[in-house]
Design a binder for this molecule. Structure first.
Ligand code: G1P
Length: 270
């Protein structure tokens, strides 16, 4: 069973400056609710029981967001407002589910996962990148059911325009079915001529705990970061089974100011 979800939250959010100089990008509201909460709702609905948030020690905003009890109790006492109570309950229900792990340098998703070592209990876990929202259909649920069927690791994927392959991790495709395929290679942000397909990694992964031992010895990759993609590549080369889940929902990118505004428009119409 997949019960734990890792969410790396230590990125600087430079593509969303100047907003991200004062607020973490994952807390920016989409139609009145932070994108992080959409991701958490997706996880809870898919059966996740524990979140491991990887945050920088010197940026307590996410901790404050979920653990601001005295702020709410004072305000509720003063205003006696039912709406406030409801908001507090919505946030509070997550308190028992969240563990914080610290990553002080934003040196990549692989480095972030390695920090979670002592908390990971089961053979597989889910990892989600909070920039990548998938709405209308629960992608984590689809992935967990593909994992149950295949017993392998799973990566969420969609076709992207060929000219944009260098923006994504790209998958090599084998035995393609309507909504899934076997992954036979992976490359982080390839040049067009190096790309094995135009199926891109979208930020959802079901990974085996054994990836930790690969990450421990992994050298820095593109941009000087430890990428999870490079560790996945090593595992595939060692014969570990990975499957692409061509998700059915709608993908919303909120990593740039332009796409963030567009995502707001789409979500408000759902
Ligand atoms: C990360 C991953 C990349 C993936 C992308 C999806 O890149 O490294 O493989 O395709 O997320 O959003 P980033 O967006 O951090 O550059």
């Amino acid at each position: 069973m997949i019960k734990q979800a890792i969410i790396p939250l230590a990125g600087l959010g430079t593509r969303l400056l100047p907003l991200t100089s004062v607020i973490q990008k994952e807390l920016l509201p989409l139609n009145g609710k932070p994108n992080l909460e959409y991701i958490m709702e997706e996880c809870v609905e898919a059966g996740i029981k524990q979140f491991i948030f990887i945050v920088p020690k010197d940026r307590p905003t996410i901790k404050n967001y979920f653990f601001n009890d005295s702020f709410y109790t004072k305000l509720i006492k003063k205003k006696k407002d039912k709406k406030l109570k409801k908001i507090f309950q919505r946030i509070k229900k997550y308190q028992k589910m969240i563990k914080f792990v610290y990553q002080n340098k934003p040196n990549g998703t692989g480095a972030a996962v390695l920090k979670c070592k002592k908390y990971l209990k089961d053979k597989h876990f889910l990892m989600l990148l909070a920039d990548d929202l998938i709405v209308k259909k629960n992608c984590s649920k689809e992935m967990i059911s593909l994992h149950k069927k295949t017993k392998g690791s799973v990566i969420a994927t969609r076709k992207v325009e060929r000219r944009t392959v260098s923006r994504w991790g790209i998958l090599g495709v084998k035995n393609k079915k309507k909504h899934s395929f076997s992954i036979n290679s992976v490359i982080e942000k390839p040049k067009l001529k190096e790309a094995p397909s135009n199926y891109a990694i979208i930020g959802r992964y079901i990974l085996p705990k054994k990836i930790l031992s690969v990450l421990k010895n992994q050298k820095k990759g593109k941009g000087g970061e430890i990428h999870i993609t490079d560790a996945i590549k090593t595992l595939i080369e060692r014969g570990e089974k990975f499957y692409g889940n061509i998700f059915k929902g709608k993908y919303l990118d909120s990593g740039t100011l332009e796409s963030y505004v567009n995502s707001n428009l789409i979500i408000s119409k759902l």
